[in-house]
Design a protein around this ligand. Structure first.
Ligand SMILES: NC(=O)c1ccc[n+]([C@@H]2O[C@H](COP(=O)([O-])OP(=O)(O)OC[C@H]3O[C@@H](n4cnc5c(N)ncnc54)[C@H](O)[C@@H]3O)[C@@H](O)[C@H]2O)c1
Ligand SMILES: C[C@@H](CO)CCC[C@@H](C)[C@H]1CC[C@H]2[C@@H]3[C@H](O)C=C4C[C@@H](O)CC[C@]4(C)[C@H]3CC[C@]12C
Length: 369
């Protein structure tokens, strides 16, 4: 990415490019990165939608591969200028074992870093998570916090533990000499709960509401606020960070950025109703309809059932002690660090984000897609 090569076309690699966020990053790069010459999409499971992208002006290369396999990662990274590493195992429901979560999220990230070092790729953007910070095991609120807000980040659950370790690896790798002698430049983006087209949990809530006769029942107090972020804006922040990493290496290298936009702070359930309401669902109750102790009991019961049923089937409901603690703890972010460091402004307004999400729920919510 030298000065002389203003017109130089760049090779980008997106790991996890067929996931919920990854697909948006891939599409955003194709729409908004003028220097893109080749786009490599690396994923364990390739989406059929990739085929339609192959007919455009940018070369799109689909690579079926596993981030836990160092040789597969190295082959995909070789010759890439920029890596956006978004592949990850997102599991807070006990579907995967802690070992698998660690292998994918931590060892997978280590493999990406080592591949950059070995092959001479200098720019790495990592999709971290707000969960690297919290909510912590003590349920302390994080209210309008930024990247410098002191917070006791204590994790026990395998998913946040793995994301915290992987983020640390990425930041620590900043400045390492890659093949050819130049320094690696890394940064980590920490989305809060992402919503938008392709958000499976939103669709699950919609289907549950349809099954319950168009109703959902409030379980969490409306006063517990969550900061959520639209997937298009998260994708845009990745594209912009990747683009600016070279020019602003000294400022951005080794830094973390929360992903934010203008989405309103609301409880998890009230926020979902911004989309599910216009799709015909109603949230019953202005206060939680079941006492908190009962939710705690049901969450614990689900853990027991998951364990008992494991030899027969995978029982992984939304409610468990960890997800209950998350839903019941205020976690909101208020920052302008990405704006100051690399000029990020949300691409989609709240109104746009909301409309796009509603249209998606209406179009696919009731279908098997
Ligand atoms: N969804 C959220 O609210 C959220 C919030 C913060 C951070 N994140 C992070 O964003 C990233 C993307 O999350 P998402 O919600 O799009 O999840 P997702 O499951 O939709 O996407 C993850 C993608 O990674 C791929 N993948 C998983 N294991 C792999 C492996 N071993 N090798 C190659 N590819 C593999 C999956 O096939 C999938 O396409 C993750 O790193 C996640 O931790 C997500
Ligand atoms: C008690 C239920 C009554 O309706 C509600 C349960 C809601 C939970 C399933 C979700 C509450 C908070 C969510 C998480 C949060 O938005 C941030 C996340 C970070 C990201 O890295 C992965 C996804 C998630 C853990 C997200 C998962 C679902 C919740 C726990």
């Amino acid at each position: 990415m030298a000065d002389s090569a203003q017109a130089q076309k760049l090779v980008y690699l997106v790991t996890g490019g067929c996931g919920f966020l990854g697909e948006h990053v891939v599409r955003m790069l194709l729409q908004r990165e003028p220097r893109l010459g080749e786009l490599r999409v690396f994923d364990l499971h390739l989406g059929p939608w990739l085929e339609e992208l192959k007919t455009g002006p940018v070369r799109v290369t689909a690579i079926q591969g596993d981030v836990t396999q160092a040789h597969e990662v190295a082959a995909a990274v070789a010759g890439a200028h920029v890596v956006i590493h978004t592949a990850g195992l997102v599991d807070v429901f006990g579907r995967a074992s802690p070992k698998t979560i660690h292998e994918v999220n931590v060892q997978g990230t280590r493999n990406v870093i080592e591949a950059c070092v070995q092959t001479g790729t200098r720019f790495l953007v990592y999709t971290s998570s707000m969960e690297v910070v919290g909510p912590n095991t003590k349920g302390h609120p994080f209210y309008r916090g930024n990247e410098d807000t002191p917070y006791e980040a204590v994790h026990r659950h395998p998913y946040p533990c793995s994301k915290a370790l992987a983020e640390w690896l990425v930041l620590e790798a900043n400045g390492r000499k890659v093949c050819g002698g130049l320094p690696l430049v890394t940064c980590a983006l920490r989305p809060t709960g992402i919503y938008g087209e392709g958000h499976q949990i939103m669709r699950d809530f919609y289907r549950q509401g349809l099954r319950l006769g168009g109703r959902l029942f409030r379980a969490i107090p409306a006063s517990v606020e969550h900061g959520r972020v639209y997937v298009g804006n998260v994708a845009w922040m990745h594209v912009l960070a990747a683009r600016e990493l070279e020019r602003r290496a000294a400022r951005m290298g080794g830094q973390v950025y929360f992903c934010y936009d203008g989405s309103p702070y609301k409880s998890y359930e009230d926020f979902n109703m911004e989309f599910l309401g216009p799709c015909g669902l109603r949230l019953v109750g202005t206060r939680p309809l079941v006492p908190y102790w009962l939710l705690v009991f049901l969450a614990a019961l689900n853990v027991l059932l998951q364990w008992l049923l494991r030899p027969l089937l995978l029982y992984a409901p939304l409610l468990n002690p960890y997800t209950l603690a998350m839903a019941n703890t205020t976690f909101t972010v208020s920052t302008d660090k990405a704006q100051r460091h690399f000029g990020y402004e949300p691409l989609f307004s709240w109104e746009d984000s909301r409309t796009r999400t509603i249209l998606w729920v209406q179009a696919t919510g009731g279908s098997a897609q």
